[in-house]
Design a protein around this ligand. Structure first.
Ligand code: 8YV
Length: 325
């Protein structure tokens, strides 16, 4: 009998076909309050699940007696209670590396958009307000030859560094739990303390995973250390930032601008003050959202799933201490 698995996000037909070769698939193109009870019913019989963002905690796991593997189609796995998974001997996987270059493109896009005020100017042109040559009130600031500070130098950080160094001749500072020698040797990134990075950077990019240690990593004190002319970019998770402190910093000129792909609450609430600020460029959490990259992520998640339910070690097993039998 084929192992039963649940896919709870829309995936490409080729991904579905690949999984169906080995597994009996219960497919939810998306999960919402209407189909959630049905999903919970199916969960009782499922050996594996694949999707992104579902909160997998003790409560959910209590309702998943057959589960062997949880496969995120995302690099981040803050939705998973890995301690609880590991206690129960359930494997967890994510999709690292395949999205690095695409997320790096998004980050450079946010830097350029915020520095050159592209969304504001786009609106101006489209609303017929471009009536004469643009005066200095509309000028932006340069990106090239500036100092870029990267907090969290993993694969995505390295891909941003490469672009910033070789495309924009920027100087790169970084702060990370451990030194990244490759980023230092290949791209000339310089390791420094968080405080030095915040003080000296013209652009501060936050790229850490969300963990109890990184929650609200950027708060009032951190924004105050930044240059008044600095631009803050967040493409990690909203909760790595104290959003109220960010709003105040942007409103009171503590920093110049921000480019944000992520928010504390997603989808973002209409009354979030960040939405009405001209010096904030927003994106709806689409860092990795290109057709090519989302397909690669889903295919990697599928490979993890099929390996896991077939008793093999999945290629991107998250180290949770689970003894794979
Ligand atoms: C995905 C992400 O956007 O991989 C991540 O951690 O944040 C994004 O690439 C998201 O989780 C939806 O698949």
């Amino acid at each position: 009998m084929k192992p039963r698995v649940i896919i709870y996000k829309k995936v490409d037909q080729q991904v579905l076909d690949y999984i169906q070769n080995t597994c009996e698939v219960v497919y939810f193109e998306n999960l919402d309050s209407q189909n959630y009870p049905e999903f919970l019913q199916e969960l009782k019989k499922a050996q594996g699940i694949l999707g992104s963002g579902l909160k997998v905690d003790k409560h959910l796991l209590d309702q998943s007696p057959e589960l062997k593997i949880v496969c995120n189609s995302s690099v981040g796995y803050d939705n998973l209670d890995v301690t609880e998974l590991s206690k129960r001997g359930i494997m967890a996987t994510n999709t690292p590396e395949v999205l690095n270059e695409t997320v790096a493109d998004t980050i450079i896009g946010l830097m350029l958009s915020a520095a050159r005020r592209m969304p504001e100017l786009d609106l101006l042109v489209k609303s017929g307000q471009w009536t004469s040559s643009m005066g200095e009130t509309w000028f932006g600031v340069d990106v090239h030859h500036k100092v870029l500070g990267i907090i969290g130098m993993g694969g995505i950080g390295s891909a941003v560094t490469k672009r910033a160094r070789f495309g924009f001749d920027m100087d790169i500072l970084y702060h990370n739990r451990s030194r990244n020698e490759e980023a230092e040797q290949k791209f000339g990134a310089t390791y420094c303390t968080m405080e030095e990075l915040l003080r000296e950077s013209d652009f501060v990019c936050l790229m850490t995973p969300l963990t109890p240690q990184t929650e609200k990593l950027m708060g009032e004190q951190e924004f105050k250390l930044m240059k008044k002319s600095a631009i803050f970019i967040n493409c990690s998770r909203g909760k790595t930032v104290d959003e109220d402190a960010l709003v105040t910093a942007l409103k009171t000129g503590v920093i110049r601008a921000a480019g944000l792909d992520v928010f504390v609450q997603e989808p973002v609430q209409e009354d979030n003050p960040l939405l009405s600020m001209k010096n904030v460029v927003t994106l709806p959490h689409i860092g990795s959202a290109t057709s090519e990259t989302r397909l690669k992520m889903a295919m990697l998640a599928a490979t993890n799933l099929v390996s896991g339910v077939s008793g093999k070690i999945p290629p991107s097993l998250i180290k949770t201490g689970v003894q794979v039998k």
